[in-house]
Design a protein around this ligand. Structure first.
Ligand SMILES: [Zn+2]
Length: 397
């Protein structure tokens, strides 16, 4: 069992200890005592240095020893003295996020009856899962305001060690026996917790409840505290200013302008689709007029197109709508093939294309009027184009 210095002094960053065990070629070190917090209870581990070597991970074993995982081997043997230094910025951040979570959980339960199911402090965000089916914007704003009031009140946060059998008034009954480490926020919360906390709530700084998400019948609240909340607010403001500049508008005008532009874009896309149909019909009629009918009276047109043949469906539909007409589109770049045939052409586009492509190792199909397919992936079109045309009756085109 490692003596955990952070249990009684969460501001302690530098400490001296004695090496108890060295494993993994010097990359895993156990000490008699440590200020490093191991990943546990929803709070990530500290980082820093041990004997000048970077500590990249801190874990705890079932026997309650703390293992320091190092970036490079530490030249030390059991019994040696070693100096540790905990990364101040990361510890400061975790104290703010974790104490903020206690405050959110306590007030959510006391004032609204929303119990906390779980919590998570991560590099890209922090969350509290509450037992409430839905939490509207108003509920979130009310809870946020009350949490920030408790922050401004600078309530003392203290740690005590109490016997589990007699400890009372805990927010969540502890499953552990023996001595409990209890973190108390004066007048607000008593909770069994091993985490590193601030000395008074004002040190948590600004608390932002950012958004909610439905999770297993409850609600996950994303939150940020202190320096992280400030950085996030600054970033969000910068994004909004950038969007406003691009729209030549004031920030408060951005949501309505974006909605209006979205509507305009949709209308323009509808108009564009209509114009494409008109153009396609025109183009199909022109090909039809220029093509010479075959012996069976069917006008057959072959065209090479760029990109996916699917992008030329409007043209194919227009061709199929004309009389005595069959249109074959080939995309050399993608190996895509499209066949369209008008109802009186006697050509079954789906059956013909399926047969021709299958014989060449590709696949395709569709309706008698419109069919699409492709050669097997990686097959160049040029060597098989003649065979494909012949199979589809476009041999002489
Ligand atoms: Zn806690």
């Amino acid at each position: 069992m490692t003596d955990r210095l952070y249990h009684t002094d969460t501001a302690l960053l530098r400490f001296d200890a004695t090496v108890r065990a060295v494993e993994a070629g010097g990359r895993q070190v156990v000490l008699d005592r440590t200020a490093f917090y191991p990943t546990s209870g929803g709070q990530p581990h500290d980082t820093g240095t041990l004997g000048g070597v970077r500590v990249v991970d801190v874990t705890e074993n079932d026997d309650e020893t703390v293992v320091h995982h190092l970036e490079a081997p530490l030249a030390a043997r059991p019994g040696d003295a070693v100096a540790g230094a905990v990364d101040a910025a990361r510890r400061h951040d975790h104290r703010q996020q974790h104490s903020g979570q206690h405050l959110i959980s306590a007030l959510a339960e006391d004032r609204f009856g929303w119990r906390t199911v779980s919590m998570h402090i991560g590099a890209d965000g922090c969350t509290v899962d509450l037992e409430v089916a839905a939490l509207g914007d108003e509920g979130l704003a009310t809870l946020e305001a009350q949490v920030n009031e408790a922050v401004a009140a600078a309530l003392p946060v203290s740690v005590s060690f109490e016997d589990a059998a007699v400890a009372s008034g805990l927010r969540k009954p502890s499953a552990r026996g023996g001595t409990l480490r209890i973190v108390t926020i004066a007048g607000v919360d008593r909770n069994a917790c091993g985490g590193t906390h601030v000395a008074h709530t004002a040190q948590i700084g600004l608390v932002r409840l950012l958004r909610t998400e439905a999770v297993r019948g409850g609600t996950r609240v994303a939150y940020l505290c202190g320096d992280r909340a400030l950085r996030q607010a600054r970033q969000a403001q910068a994004w909004l200013q950038q969007a406003a500049r691009q729209l030549s508008a004031a920030p408060h005008e951005v949501p309505e302008l974006v909605a209006r532009q979205g509507e305009r874009l949709q209308a323009q896309e509808r108009e564009l689709a209509r114009l494409r149909e008109t153009l396609a019909a025109h183009e199909a009629r022109q090909w039809h007029a220029e093509a010479t009918p075959g012996a069976d009276g069917v006008r057959r047109v072959v065209r090479h197109v760029e990109g996916a043949v699917k992008g030329h469906e409007a043209l194919a539909r227009a061709a199929a709508a004309l009389s005595g007409c069959a249109l074959l589109l080939l995309s050399p770049g993608t190996g895509g093939v499209l066949l369209a045939a008008s109802a009186d052409s006697g050509v079954d586009a789906g059956a013909a294309l399926k047969g021709a492509l299958t014989a060449l190792g590709g696949r395709g199909g569709g309706t008698p009027r419109l069919a699409q397919g492709a050669l097997a992936a990686g097959t160049p079109l040029a060597p098989v184009e003649g065979a494909l045309r012949a199979a589809l009756g476009f041999g002489g085109a």
